[in-house]
Write a new protein. Structure first.
Length: 96
């Protein structure tokens, strides 16, 4: 008979402990709503375009200090080719 009285007391204590634990857990780690962005993959950006982009940025920075006309022409020509390559890569990707 003593065993039957003892069990409900243990269950009540465990229930009180779990209520306190869950309250503390939910306070420490609240549920947050996270919105995931749909990442857009640009398959048209190739390794060569990435390298050309870095080179174009470098040339654009140097453009401010260059005084030689031949170098300016080179930069302008490189820029035209770079733009054309990007346009063709985008067209190729859209066709696929």
């Amino acid at each position: 008979m003593a065993g039957s009285l003892w069990r409900p007391e243990i269950n009540a204590k465990f229930s009180a402990f779990m209520d306190a634990f869950i309250y503390c857990y939910n306070s420490a780690f609240p549920i947050k709503i996270v919105h995931m962005r749909n990442t857009i993959k640009y398959n048209w950006i190739t390794q060569g375009i990435k390298i050309s982009s870095k080179r174009m940025r470098l040339l654009d920075k140097q453009r401010k200090t260059i005084t030689i006309e031949k170098d300016m022409e080179y930069i302008d020509q490189y820029k035209k080719i770079y733009k054309r390559v990007i346009q063709e890569a985008k067209k190729w990707e859209n066709d696929n």
